[in-house]
Design a protein around this ligand. Structure first.
Ligand code: SF4
Length: 703
């Protein structure tokens, strides 16, 4: 490989959890260009439309926040202040609330887009020094159901396989996901594998016929919310057909008897009626899986974002367990992470119920270990507020202050108008942001300008446990600072020790020390190792190794107390807001190909906006005829929580009785009538506390 020019830096795309490698070049005029890194194992030079246009988001500084701003009371306007003034006043306000109402009166709400170092310092600050566990991130809205299911089934929040297993598999079961649009480069690998090996089978489960279905051998267009029934029906057929791994079940798993008893309670005919797919298609899916030598399950928000999300995940992982398709080449459950560093955030314990290195907040020994390491005050054993709970607590007045970093909850939370009311009532709001666009800024008492991607260094971990280093390429505009530095400066203003890190490498070094002797040990990983070896998959203990751990559980020893994987017999009862006479349709939400989350970055790129320039509601032609809806008509869609006004897209790709609206659009020119989360329901999964974004009852009529 020819030597890279000196102005070329390696980094990782900051959008989805695929984690593609990029080369960022700095031009003489200070602007940057981005291209795929041909040497990076994940994408081998390929990038999707979002990654290919990353440079626009960095070069266009027109929307950037340039200096700290503050208002002294709610009736005063924001004014420019120095960093010291902003952080000193914020520290004074936080101290006042903590003294008067206790540490749980403040909270931090962060993001799966934060770098690992940023997560680490904010988690250390609140759990170790403020004395509250009120830190959560938008990963709660994304992966928390998968996290809980992995822990329950495998004893650890871990993805057991690697992307290279794709080329070794001969059957893919893709459910609740549209990777052709949402994880495109990974999906290109599946497509290429299928093209080279036509016998490879792809089964897609989705109420919508998405682009992912275009290469599928079988599309099971299920009724929303019926995933567990389908997975159980397939499980039953695998047992009946003798396509299970008896040796694995006997020697390496627990719970099969109860599972078998449960899945045999429902006949195939019943399952077919509940799911809305034919018996023969369910049988064909079971046949494809039963014949597979390598079987990969893939999923994302369709399973996770549900009030029964953990059970949906468990019912899917069961298919890998009963067939013994885990810990061997081309096999395993592969959750597709929505965000670039949701996994890194979990590694440092950046959720309200976690401690660093996947330690358990409930475990007194774990709390003591972390407290001693941090030299902090005792860690509160009670879980903190989760994402939606924070906003409920703001509204009730229990929570006084919230610090929002790197996320835009006023577009992304469910039942978002209620969250808006909560921010109105908040006593003190800090917004740490790169852009002047997010709706949260209207409620901010303090605005802290942050450095963006390529303007700071750090690390991220992708969906296959691969830790990579992201170079700093260019300076942030104005007075913007890296997020980790902002948090450390604030911690020092609070008078806390342990935040005088020399640089991001020092933060990373402290984080990996805490991983020693855990299942996610990464003590061999330093910035030097990452720069030299480009990326490492944890666990990785010794610096003299050259590769990490691509595949886990090859010895069939799991991280549960018994060392066996656990097959969970989970009920298939739905816990969502069901359609009725007033709200007869089911609404589901999702991403479109060329936008990312709440569009504060991708929305700046003309090329990306051209793909689908405005929001829409997908309506099945049969429903359209019944309601006399024509393509392009402006519709009002209402739920019990709010309404939107958007154009109808009449398409047979959506199942009858179901509507689909993209998640990306928030307020446009102050108007929130494209914002789908006006409609969504904030009912939560009882274990993961992940909201039910994919299912609520709505009605629809012409405007
Ligand atoms: Fe970025 Fe994901 Fe696209 Fe790769 S697939 S370029 S990580 S958005």
């Amino acid at each position: 490989t020819p030597a890279k020019p000196v102005n070329a830096y390696t980094s990782i795309c900051c959008y989805c959890g695929v984690g593609c490698g990029v080369i960022v070049k700095k031009e003489k005029n200070g602007s940057i260009t981005v291209e795929g890194n041909k040497d990076y194992p994940v994408n081998k030079g390929m990038l999707c439309s979002k990654g290919l246009n990353l440079h626009y988001t960095v070069n266009d500084k027109t929307d950037r926040l340039l200096y700290p701003q503050m208002r002294y009371n709610k009736s005063m306007p924001l004014q420019r202040v120095t960093w010291d003034a902003a952080l000193e006043r914020t520290a004074a306000v936080f101290k006042t609330f903590i003294d008067k109402y206790g540490p749980d009166s403040v909270a931090f709400y962060a993001s799966g887009q934060c770098l690992t170092e940023e997560y680490y310092v904010v988690n250390k600050l609140i759990k170790g020094f403020i004395g509250s566990n009120n830190i959560d991130t938008n990963s709660r809205l994304c992966m928390s159901s998968a996290v809980a299911a992995y822990k329950l089934a495998l004893g650890e929040d871990t993805v057991p396989l690697c992307y290279d297993d794709i080329e070794l598999a001969d059957c893919f079961f893709v459910t609740g996901a549209n990777p052709a649009w949402c994880h495109p480069i990974l999906w290109r690998r599946v497509e290429a594998h299928k093209a080279a090996n036509p016998n490879v089978k792809i089964i897609v489960v989705d109420p919508r016929a998405t682009d992912t279905c275009s290469v599928a051998d079988l599309h099971l267009q299920i009724n929303p919310g019926t995933d567990i029934t389908l997975n159980h029906a397939i499980g039953r057929l695998l047992i009946e057909n003798g396509d299970i791994d008896i040796d694995f079940i006997r020697n390496h798993a627990e719970g099969f008897a109860a599972y078998s008893e449960l899945v045999f309670k429902r006949t195939l005919t019943e399952a077919s009626q509940i799911c809305g797919v034919s018996e023969s298609d369910i049988q064909l899916a079971a046949t494809y899986i039963g014949e597979a030598k390598g079987f990969i399950t893939m999923w994302t928000m369709g399973l996770n974002q549900s009030s029964i999300g953990v059970n949906k995940n468990l019912s899917l992982i069961n298919l890998n367990l009963i067939t013994g398709h885990i810990g061997k080449p081309g096999s395993g459950p592969l959750s597709l992470t929505g965000q670039p560093n949701a996994m890194g955030g979990r590694e440092v314990g950046g959720l309200s119920n976690l401690l660093p290195a996947h330690r358990d907040l409930k475990n007194p020994l774990h709390r003591e270990e972390v407290q001693k390491f941090w030299k902090s005050k005792p860690i509160n054993p009670l879980p903190g507020l989760t994402a939606t709970e924070m906003f409920e607590a703001l509204e009730s007045g229990k929570l006084k202050a919230i610090w929002i970093m790197c996320t835009n909850p006023l577009t992304s939370l469910p039942n978002v108008r209620q969250a808006e009311q909560a921010l109105k009532k908040a006593k003190f709001v800090v917004v740490q942001e790169i852009s002047n666009k997010p709706e949260t800024l209207a409620y901010a008492d303090v605005i802290l300008p942050a450095a963006a991607w390529a303007e700071k260094e750090g690390t991220m971990t992708n969906s296959e446990r691969r830790i990579s280093y992201l170079n700093k390429v260019t300076e942030p505009p104005g007075e913007a600072l890296p997020d980790a530095e902002i948090i450390c400066r604030f911690a020092q203003k609070m008078g806390y020790k342990g935040f005088d890190f020399k640089d991001a490498a020092a933060i990373y070094a402290e984080h990996v020390k805490l991983t020693a002797h855990t299942n996610i040990e990464a003590t061999g990983v330093t910035y030097e190792v990452l720069k030299e070896q480009k990326s490492i998959q944890w666990p990785f203990k010794k610096r003299n190794r050259t590769v990490g751990t691509p595949r886990l559980f090859t010895d069939k020893k799991f991280y549960t107390p018994s060392g066996k994987a656990i097959i969970h017999a989970v009920p298939d009862a739905l816990n969502s807001e069901l359609p009725d006479a007033d709200y007869p349709f089911v609404l589901t939400t999702g991403r479109i190909r060329d936008q990312w989350h709440t569009m504060s970055k991708t929305g700046k790129v003309n090329k990306l906006n051209k793909h689908l320039s405005e929001s829409f509601v997908e309506v099945n032609p049969h429903d359209a005829v019944a309601l006399q809806i024509n393509d392009g008509d402006v519709m009002v869609v209402r739920s019990r929580r709010g309404e939107v006004q958007i154009k109808a897209k009449v398409t047979s790709t959506i199942k009858q009785g179901v509507l689909f609206i993209p998640m990306h659009w928030g307020k446009l020119l102050g108007n929130d009538l494209h914002r789908v989360n006006n409609l969504t329901n904030d009912v939560l999964d009882p274990i993961s506390k992940e909201p039910d974004f994919k299912y609520c009852a709505v009605n629809i009529q012409k405007y």
